[in-house]
Ligand binder design. Structure first.
Ligand SMILES: Cc1cc2nc3c(=O)[nH]c(=O)nc-3n(C[C@H](O)[C@H](O)[C@H](O)COP(=O)(O)O)c2cc1C
Length: 168
């Protein structure tokens, strides 16, 4: 798959089935985060890779009861470093999306999870105060192939040279 194909293939997966991520695949997925660009190369983040079934269940409960995430092989918990600089959310988002695209290319399903009780997750995973939980990223074997969700039109999304001039 080339990049365009991976981008087109990626969809949010909300149903996972049993099955692990191969160790060499996990290495590639984590490397995709490690190689991400970040403002001033500060890399103001940390990632907790949760494999433990009980902890995954707890995360499912704390993620607004989105219990399906516990069925993913892993849940990556993305932490932004508050002590670093103003770009930590952007930097983390880039790293997350790089992992998602790498996982998609390798045939895994994934989904961004932004609805959760941060305080409970911080206590559960013993996360130091200087970090903010930005998002969760379950990755695993997809058990669905959802249709593409609608998108805004090009007209709504893009302007040419100045705001409001249609791109053509
Ligand atoms: C920052 C962020 C947070 C999200 N949080 C959730 C979530 O908590 N639960 C969920 O089911 N989907 C969540 N999503 C997935 C979006 O609903 C999904 O990306 C969007 O509907 C487009 O669908 P697609 O990813 O299949 O293209 C989130 C996406 C992003 C980028």
């Amino acid at each position: 798959m080339n990049v365009s194909e991976v981008i087109e293939k990626r969809k949010s997966i909300r149903k996972f089935k049993q099955g692990d991520i191969l160790p060499e695949h996990l290495k590639l997925i984590l490397k995709a985060a490690q190689l991400s660009p970040s403002a001033s190369n500060m890399q103001p983040y940390h990632f907790i890779i949760v494999k433990d079934p009980e902890i995954k269940k707890q995360l499912g409960k704390f993620a607004a009861h989105q219990r399906f995430i516990a069925d993913a092989a892993i849940i990556i918990v993305g932490l932004g470093d508050l002590e670093r600089e103003k770009w930590y959310k952007v930097d983390l988002a880039i790293a997350f999306q790089q992992m998602i695209l790498q996982a998609t290319e390798l045939g895994y399903g994934s989904i961004w999870i932004g609805a959760f009780d941060e305080k409970k997750i911080k206590t559960l995973l013993k996360i130091p105060d200087r970090f903010e939980v930005i998002a969760l990223l379950p990755i695993g074997i997809a058990d669905q192939d959802p249709p593409a969700r609608p998108r805004k039109s090009q007209k709504e999304l893009f302007s040419l040279n100045e705001y409001g001039i249609p791109l053509g």
